[in-house]
Design a protein around this ligand. Sequence first.
Ligand code: HEC
Length: 253
Amino acid sequence: MNAMFWQRLHGGSTHFPIVLLLASVAFDFMARPLRDLSLRRGLHAAGLGSAIVGVLGGCGAVVSGLVMTGGHILGDGQEKMHHLFVWPAFSLAFALVAWRLSRREKFSPRYLGLYLAGMSTASALVMGAGYWGGEMLLGAETETDSASALDSAVDENALVSRGHELFLMNCAHCHGGDARGTAEAPNLATRHRSDARIASVVKNGIKGQMPRFNQKLHDEDVRVLIHFLRSLNRGPSGSPQERDAPDEETQRS
Ligand code: HEC
C-alpha cells in the first residue's frame, strides 16, 4: 500500500469526524430546551449516534495519519500545528463519548452540560486541525506549482540560447551578434514586430535587403529564433509596439 493510499484515506476519513462532531453537538443543543420528551430523546440519540460514528471515523483518520507520518506524533512546522489540535481534539471527543456511553441512563442534565461544553471544545479543535491540515495540503501544492514554473523558465532559457546560436550562424553578420544592428542591417531589439511578421520576413526575405531563409530554416528554427528576438525586448521598455510595416516589400516566390 503506497503513500497516496494513506493520504487519500486520511483526507477522506477526516471529513466525517469534523461534520459528525459538529452535527452531534447541534443535535444535543437543539434537544436540550425541548419539552416533548420523545422528540428530545430522539435528538439526543441522534447526537450520541453521530458522536460515536464521528469518533470511530476519527480512529481511521488517526491510524492513516500515523502511517503517513511513520508514527511521528508531533512532527514540526504546520504538521506540528495540525497535531497540536488533533490529539487533544481526538482524546477529548473519545473520552467524552465513552463517558456518555458508560452512563447512558444516568446522564443528568448537569452532566450533559459538561459533556456539551467538552464536545464543543473538541469540535473547535477538530476544525483547527482541519485548518492546519488544509494549510499543509496547500503548501504541498504551491511547492509543486513553483517547481513547474521553474521548469518552464528553464525550458524558455534553453529555447532562447538555441535561438541565439541560430541567430549567430544566420543573421549576426548583418544584424550583429547581439542583434543590436550594424551598418548593414537594423537593430532588432528595438524593432518590435509580430511573430507572424518576423516569420514571414525570415522565410521570404526582403527584396534587395535581406536574403530569404525558407530553404535553410525550418518552421521550428524560426519559432526558436523568434524566442531569441523576444528575449531581447523583454524588460522595462514597455514601449508601444510599432505598427507592422506593410508586407508588400516581402519577396514572393
Ligand atoms: C544580408 C544581411 C541580412 C541577413 C543575413 C539577415 N537580415 Fe534581417 N534585415 C536585413 C536588413 C537590411 C533589414 C532591414 C530591411 C528594411 O527595414 O527595409 C532586415 C530586417 C529584418 C527584420 C525586420 C523586418 C521588418 O519588418 O522591419 C527582421 C525581424 C529581421 N531582419 C530578422 C532577421 C533574422 C532572424 C535573420 C537570420 C535568420 C536575418 N534577419 C538575417 C538584413 C539581413
